[in-house]
Write a protein that binds this ligand. Sequence first.
Ligand code: ATP
Ligand code: TYD
Length: 240
Amino acid sequence: MFEETLYQGKAKTLYGTSDPDELVVVFRDDITAFNGEKHDILKDKGRFNAAASAFFMELLASHTIATHFIRMDDTITMRVRHLAMIPLEVIIRNRAAGSMVKRYPVAEGTVLDPPIITIDYKDDARGDPMMNDEIICGLGILTPAELEEIKEKTRRINTILCDFFAGYGIALIDFKLEFGRYKGEILLGDEISMDSMRLWDEKTRESLDKDVYRENKGDVIKTYHTLLSRILPEIDEEFD
Ligand code: ATP
Ligand code: TYD
């Protein structure tokens, strides 16, 4: 049962439940870019991202990666463990794109081997500044051991997801993860969806993710539909 609204983010709303250890996350149809400057409401966007996120959380659990995911209560409502979120956006990059290309001397699409992890502080008012290990540990956000654990988990998740997408001729360019503390453990939280990943068709380099929206490259809902029909046809059939 839903209790009070705990937090309304840019794309999801969190509600408390009668169990203090559990939350429900409702994936809304809002889509935003550039720190909320660009905003639209697109039918089915929440359902697409919820379905993808549930699938990937279960895939990771099958590889012994602990996540916040408990179950889907309906197509947009995910029941999760209530984490004390660590305010970091942990990004792992297999090829250069987005802010990597804007900030550093590297051409878009350059393979980064080994993959590069970059970490931003999650704070819209400060423009999500990039962190480094010394700032993260020096400010007490993580201990050095926790930082290493998060980086190691991120690399393992990257390997699992790269292998998954490679089977469908799709390159995982980069993605963002968020972690939180729960009963003495660090668990993966938030979402893994087309909003938080960059995916390119291996052959054509066509974007299959939110860049279609960020860069006005076409109909992002059609793109999400196409991606799901390719990787999760059984889930995509549930959408009209
Ligand atoms: P951004 O879009 O920059 O990620 P936001 O806060 O607007 O920021 P939303 O996805 O709309 O993003 O909001 C979801 C919020 O819920 C995030 O602040 C995220 O850190 C938090 N969150 C995700 N999973 C959990 C969880 N299991 N327990 C507690 N909080 C969570
Ligand atoms: P990045 O290139 O740092 O930023 P931008 O998307 O602004 O160019 O993004 C790297 C990846 O992380 C990309 O797949 C999008 C994802 N991401 C999020 O999901 N949320 C965020 O707040 C940020 C900064 C990135």
